[in-house]
Ligand binder design. Structure first.
Ligand code: ASP
Ligand code: MG
Length: 436
């Protein structure tokens, strides 16, 4: 069994939807996971915000505009009277749900129902299209098997026991279609795996059915070895280990939802990143193998704030770091990078919502400095203890720039540095020239 996930742009127009046929008509057993049509989830977020703000007029106006795009979509997607009628009935039904909240109380529970309509629309439209084309497929309702627990963690066991009977019930079918992103929560309400969560759906399903492979289809040819918007001559990375992919997914490589790496890693399911515009290109394979003696990629993350706490009380003391970290914990603010010396500790955060409060509480411990507009530069590859020479090349490449923090040794696969965001472009280019 293969899992093939197509993102919003891959189903972003009727023409693109039609083009997927070449990729899925292979006869092999597969579950196709679809995102909402590109732009839809953003529109649904705006509609929900209008409802939450009590602005029913705006909600209606936004809903009508989105409805019109779906009317055109249906017109172009289907070629028969019957297909168009099914498509029209479908969009009428889903937009009546979206419109139904204009008279009721609107809370985050209703918001999640609205957000779910995008994937419900795209998958059912595609299923109807396949039927019109004479291609047999089974539509699997994700809300019947995808579930998160009371910590919002996906339940893989539950997923496996609820999905398998649905697949076994259709032994003579090979093509299954389901919604990415949406799920039920602990209370049985409609919920979601957060923005970009369709990748996560695909990986969770892959783990649950012990798939041969999970394929994530987008419109670029895999993960690149540097940011193609900034550096010329980047190339797709042929192979990454799960750990390397997890680092890169966090560091700005928007191509893969960071959490989606973990279920595949745990259940040892290879993940392949592929390009719908060039289906025969090899893309990027993410698997258990970590290649020795290679630098794989350079990535950066902006919007970083670094905070330094200096205190003589830290000298030879225990429990000091715990107290510092507890401050961040109280404000639910994740720390990304840490460096320490005997009398000082520096950390970085990217969520500045509680920065003022955090700084105030940290002042109890000593002198506190914070600086914003920083970027983390991350070089991913073989930085294991046994490997020699890569770190010196990294520093050689950055010798003309000011480095605020350096983190090395936490994992075998990366080295991270903090620089002023104004130096980021130069850092990425210089590292690229030196390392590749
Ligand atoms: N449609 C959802 C989003 O836009 C999920 C996804 O595309 O992965 O966030
Ligand atoms: Mg995505």
């Amino acid at each position: 069994m293969k899992i093939k996930k197509f993102g919003g742009t891959s189903v972003g127009s009727p023409e693109k939807m039609k083009n997927l046929l070449r990729i899925i008509q292979t006869g092999e057993k597969q579950i196709v996971v679809l995102s909402a049509v590109a732009g839809t989830t953003n529109s649904l977020v705006e509609i929900s915000q209008a409802y939450l703000a009590g602005d029913k007029r705006l909600a209606k106006q936004l809903t009508d505009t989105l409805f019109e795009t779906y009317q055109r979509f249906v017109d172009e997607l289907f070629s028969t009277e019957e297909g168009r009628k099914n498509g029209t009935d479908l969009i009428n039904y889903h937009f009546s749900i979206i419109g139904s909240f204009s008279t009721d109380l609107f809370t985050p529970v209703e918001e999640k129902v609205i957000l779910a309509q995008g994937e419900l629309l795209s998958t059912t439209l595609y299923h109807f299209y396949l039927t019109e084309q004479g291609v047999r497929s089974v539509l699997l309702p994700a809300l019947d098997f995808m579930k998160i627990d009371d910590d919002n963690e996906p339940m893989v066991e539950y997923l496996a026991t609820h999905l398998k009977p649905l697949l076994d019930g259709k032994p003579d079918h090979s093509l299954f279609i389901t919604q990415g992103y949406i799920c039920r929560n602990f209370f049985g309400e409609t919920d979601n795996l957060r923005r970009g969560g369709s990748d996560y759906t695909a990986s969770l399903i892959g783990a649950a059915v012990e798939a041969e492979e999970v394929q994530i289809w987008t419109d670029i040819d895999g993960m690149h070895n540097n940011d193609p918007r900034i550096v010329k001559g980047t190339t797709p990375i042929a192979q990454l280990s799960f750990d390397e992919a997890a680092e890169l997914a966090y560091f700005g490589a928007k191509i893969l939802h960071p959490q989606s790496v973990f279920p595949a890693q745990k259940y040892k399911i290879p993940v392949r990143l592929l390009n719908t515009m060039d289906p025969s290109a090899p893309g990027t394979l993410i698997s258990n193998t970590s290649e020795r003696g290679k630098i794989k990629s350079i990535a950066a993350k902006d919007g970083i704030t670094s905070i330094k706490i200096q205190s003589s009380r830290m000298l030879l003391a225990y429990g000091f770091l715990r107290k510092v970290f507890e401050v961040f914990e109280r404000y639910k603010t994740p720390i990304d990078m840490i460096t320490t010396s005997e009398v000082a500790v520096s950390v970085t955060i990217d969520d500045r919502r509680y920065l003022t409060e955090i700084l105030k509480e940290l002042e109890v411990f000593g002198t506190v400095d914070s600086i914003s507009d920083q970027s983390i530069i991350c070089v991913v590859g073989d930085f294991s203890y046994q490997s020699h020479g890569f770190s010196s090349r990294v520093f050689e490449a950055l010798k003309h720039l000011s480095i605020r923090m350096i983190s090395y040794g936490a994992s075998n696969c990366n080295i991270s540095l903090v620089v002023d965001t104004s130096d980021k472009t130069e850092a990425l280019r210089s590292l690229h020239n030196r390392l590749f």
